[in-house]
Ligand binder design. Structure first.
Ligand code: F6P
Length: 553
């Protein structure tokens, strides 16, 4: 039965997998949430897990105790917790890059010991956090001034992917905690319009650029940083010395940082065992730390740690990331669901789903298993969504009455942010009423008889009937604090981990992104110089020619 070089059986041939297939077939047609609740009203309380400040309700899922037990057996058989422990210990579980996966060390207690290649990495983590705190305080207080002696009023983070999405998302999420007298902007796109719009109304003398790049080779970031340096020097009379007061770098690559012309004293380091999409609680979060201050940043790290400890210690049946990961597997692998919606009922979380897209899709968008063989099972879902109330008036129609099964997470908070006026605070109940109403409508729908009872003409009944049975998880917390944000992010980090472990894929590499990077570099000379690029396929060659013609018109 051993199908893989590592000696473990192919996932789909495991008895725990086929038991789930049988269970799914036995329960056809699908279990009905109305019936499940009628038979077992206690599930409303029983299918709830608490972690930190999060109350995670998974009662509206197409599962029974038996389903959950079978999913847990799959997790045990695939040794999810063994891999989890190896990750926390600092073993090199990112096998294709031969790297440890230690974003959890970024929020470890100061006296913790976590070793990579025999070296305790925790003192280094805290040394960087202390250096960041000192710098953030100096910028916030006005002690760090620009080249002309003016106070820094604007902070522009230049980065892309994990070096942008995390800090940009968290800045938005924690806006009520930010220094309102400073302006923060996030530039990622190599489209020059992005940098143009971010800088057009700023005074270079008051602007600090944070160049965030793990590798410091990413073409978009280096191109934007080079243009930002020109913008700065043009605005400040061309004195190269200005760069030292207006540019800092966040990177693992001191040599490249120095090569770019940024003093390595102004570099905030992190390490190759931090994946880009897992990095915003490292030095990559410097812009956020300047915005919210070091104390709030550390509160956020506390939140991450709460969920790390929960993931590490909670029993399987009460382990939130494990349960969320397994539920996703239940739909993706046994119901053929292709996507997963994350729908925050919080304007401040407007970038949360975009952040999760990278976290989840770059991690689990893989089609070979750890042994390099084709994965004959579905892996990561398409993750999508926007704040819930806006989505209700756009794409919820398809979730309610379309033909696709789309599991969704609804995220909401009991309290609005403190600084809202009383009138605006009063809108919060309406916001949350929408969340609860949607969860109910998605789960229980509206039967044809209920529609008829409203006096709807018979020919319209099918159009107004809602099948229901759309699964949702509702995540509720008191308020969106720095700690709660850390808890939410760690929850999803570990959920993604669980799924990758079951699917037996390497969730920590991203080779698929590399091809596009290499090809873009090869194609560019064809655009700029009309160079004959060998290997261009006929379709792409024709597009390049059309582009060059149109450009000249
Ligand atoms: O998109 C690919 C990727 O390598 C991401 O994993 C990473 O977050 C992003 O590019 C940016 O990379 P860097 O921080 O090295 O500039």
């Amino acid at each position: 039965m051993s199908d893989s070089p590592s000696g473990s059986p192919l996932l789909t041939r495991r008895p725990e997998w086929t038991a789930l297939e049988d269970h799914r077939a036995d329960a056809l047609p699908q279990p009905n949430l109305r019936e499940l609740f009628a038979a077992d009203p206690g599930r409303a309380e029983r299918y709830v897990v608490h972690v930190g400040d999060l109350r995670i309700d998974y009662s509206k899922h197409l599962v029974t105790d038996e389903t959950l037990a079978l999913l847990q057996e799959l997790a045990t058989a695939t040794d999810v917790f063994g891999l989890r422990d190896a990750m926390f210990r600092g073993e090199k579980i990112n096998t294709t890059e031969n790297r440890a996966v230690l974003h959890t060390a970024l929020r470890a207690w100061r006296d913790a010991v976590i070793e990579v290649d025999g070296e305790n990495v925790v003192p280094g983590v805290h040394a960087v956090l202390d250096k960041m705190s000192d710098f953030a305080n100096r910028v916030r207080s006005g002690e760090w001034t620009g080249h002309t002696g003016k106070r820094i009023r604007n902070v522009v983070n230049i980065g892309i992917g994990g070096s942008d999405l995390g800090p940009a998302m968290a800045y938005e999420a924690l806006r009520p905690f930010t220094a309102r007298d400073l302006t923060f902007r996030f530039v990622s796109n190599v489209d020059g319009s992005d940098l143009h719009e971010a800088t057009r109304d700023l005074d270079p003398a008051e602007t600090l650029f944070i160049v965030a790049s793990k590798t410091f080779t990413t073409i978009e970031t280096i191109t934007n940083a080079t243009s930002a340096r020109s913008w700065l020097l043009n605005g400040l009379g061309g004195d190269e010395k200005a760069v030292a007061k207006h540019f800092v770098a966040l990177s693992t690559n001191a040599e490249k940082v120095a090569g770019f012309g940024i003093d390595v004293d102004n570099m905030f380091e992190f390490w190759d065992w931090v994946g880009g999409r897992y990095s915003y609680d490292s030095a990559i979060g410097l812009s956020l730390m300047i915005a919210i201050g070091p104390d709030r940043f550390r509160e956020m790290l506390d939140g991450f740690r709460i969920v790390d400890e929960h993931f590490r210690n909670a029993p399987a049946e009460a382990n939130a990331p494990l349960i969320m990961g397994l539920l996703g597997i239940w739909y993706g692998n046994f119901h053929d669901a292709q996507s997963h919606a994350v729908l925050p009922y919080s304007h401040y979380l407007s970038k949360f789903t975009a952040y999760l897209q990278q976290l989840d899709m770059e991690s689990n968008g893989k089609s070979v298993d750890r042994a390099g063989r084709a994965a004959q099972w579905q892996t990561g879902p398409v993750v999508w969504g926007t704040p819930g109330t806006n989505g209700q008036h756009a794409y919820y129609q398809l979730i309610h009455q379309g033909t696709k099964l789309i599991p969704a997470d609804l995220i909401g908070f009991a309290r609005p942010v403190a600084e809202l006026s009383d009138d605006l605070k009063a809108q919060h109940d309406l916001l949350m009423a929408n969340l609860f109403a949607q969860g109910q409508a998605l789960a229980f729908g509206k039967t044809a008889d209920e529609v008829r009872a409203e006096g709807v003409p018979e020919e319209q009944v099918p159009h107004r009937t809602f099948r229901g049975n759309h699964p949702t998880t509702t995540i509720l917390a008191t308020e969106l604090s720095p700690s709660v944000l850390g808890q939410l992010v760690a929850l999803y980090e570990h959920k993604v981990f669980v799924q990758g472990a079951v699917w037996n894929i390497d969730s920590f590499d991203q080779w698929g992104v590399e091809l596009g990077k290499v090809l873009a570099k090869r194609v560019e000379p064809a655009l700029t110089e009309g160079a004959d690029v060998p290997g261009l396929d006929p379709s792409t060659a024709a597009l390049v020619a059309a582009y060059r013609n149109l450009r000249e018109v």
